[in-house]
Ligand binder design. Structure first.
Ligand code: PBG
Length: 340
């Protein structure tokens, strides 16, 4: 019997869908998906110096913090049961160059942050972003030619150095977010031959050329560098979905341990297809623009922030995500504790 005929053959009042919804006990028993702190990854913006904290104007409640402040956030995340942090560096303009060499400086901001986090909280998962945009004077994720085109194979060599630098500092997971072809295979081979056999790869596999990244580019200070440029020659076209499945399949074949869909809420269909068709550990990024939208509506009293945020996070799980990167991770984990 097909699913449809099963519904067609049932009739009122034998079937009253509201019976199970009547009481809290049966609603709880019937619940298919649950959100827990175990599902959350907190992205954090890291600054150089000490005792520094700068608010990000387009992301109310989010700050860029120096390493000392980041350690305090990490401690809170750990206490709330959040498994991992994802680091995004704010690189001083004077260190940004065409060749992005600061990206693999072993004394750089990211390796120092990783070392500090792992020495204070060895059990906390530390994820680093592998892409050149915080380090390039032009704000692109890769190296460019005279016409501004992002060069694939030349960029791979740089990403390899960056990933090895992060792994050497103790990063548990490297997350290439650059969308160059062949980067996952290249990083896996480099990590294996470098002796980093346990370093996991979380591939930003289906990363779209989205306008929802705007506040993030403000936060890391790459918006000005990018100017009127865009990332359409490497990030995916929002019109496509088969292409996302193919990107994920390639990344898995190249050695990705986990894959990601990004942005989140407008791309739940992609999350579902990836999970159903490939059945691999699937993550989704509720990006800066999604955070900004929810915060703005809540600040105006137009939406109930707590209810809407928890609903959006649960929706990611229903769509098939195993975990969610969200700037709401701390608040959500706290709300989950209070809701118990
Ligand atoms: C850059 C990167 C971006 C984000 C994560 N890594 C921005 C971009 O691709 O321009 C966006 C995250 C967000 O918007 O929250 N490699």
């Amino acid at each position: 019997m097909s699913a449809t005929s099963r519904f067609v053959s049932s009739h009122f009042p034998d079937t009253r869908m509201r019976r199970m919804r009547r009481d809290d006990f049966s609603r709880r028993l019937m619940q298919e998906h649950r959100l827990s702190a175990d599902d959350l990854i907190l992205p954090v913006f890291v600054l150089d110096g000490s005792g520094r904290e700068e608010a990000v104007a387009s992301m109310p409640g989010v700050s860029r913090r120096s390493i000392d402040g980041t350690l305090k956030i990490a401690e809170r995340a750990l206490a709330l049961g959040i498994p991992a942090l994802a680091l995004f560096p704010v690189i001083d303009t004077s260190l940004k160059t065409a060749d992005a060499a600061e990206a693999w400086n072993p004394e750089g901001l990211v390796p120092r942050t990783v070392q500090a986090l792992k020495s204070h909280f060895p059990e906390l998962g530390v994820i680093t972003d592998v892409a050149l945009d915080p380090y390039t004077s032009h704000g692109q994720d890769g190296l460019i030619d005279d016409t501004g085109y992002v060069l694939n194979d030349e960029t791979l060599a740089a990403l390899e150095k960056q990933a090895l630098c992060h792994a050497a500092a103790g990063a548990d997971v490297v997350a290439p977010s650059d969308m160059m072809d062949g980067r996952v295979g290249r990083l896996r081979a480099a990590l294996e031959s470098g002796g980093h056999i346990h370093t996991r790869i979380l591939a930003y596999s289906a990363k779209y050329a989205s306008a929802f990244y705007g506040p993030f580019r403000d936060a890391v200070g790459s918006a000005g560098n990018l100017g009127k440029g865009n990332k359409k020659s490497y990030q995916m076209d929002p019109a496509n979905s088969d292409e996302a499945v193919r990107e994920v399949a390639l990344d898995i074949a190249e050695g990705a341990d986990m894959v990601m869909v990004k942005p989140g809420m407008p791309y739940l269909d992609i999350v579902r297809r990836v999970k159903s068709e490939l059945a691999v550990p699937t993550f989704v990024y509720q990006v800066s623009g999604e955070y900004a939208m929810l915060k703005a509506a809540a600040a105006n009293g137009w939406l109930d922030e707590r209810a809407c945020v928890l609903e959006s996070l649960l929706a990611f799980k229903r769509a098939g995500a195993d975990g969610v990167l969200s700037y709401f991770a701390l608040e959500a984990a706290q709300w989950l504790v209070e809701g118990k």
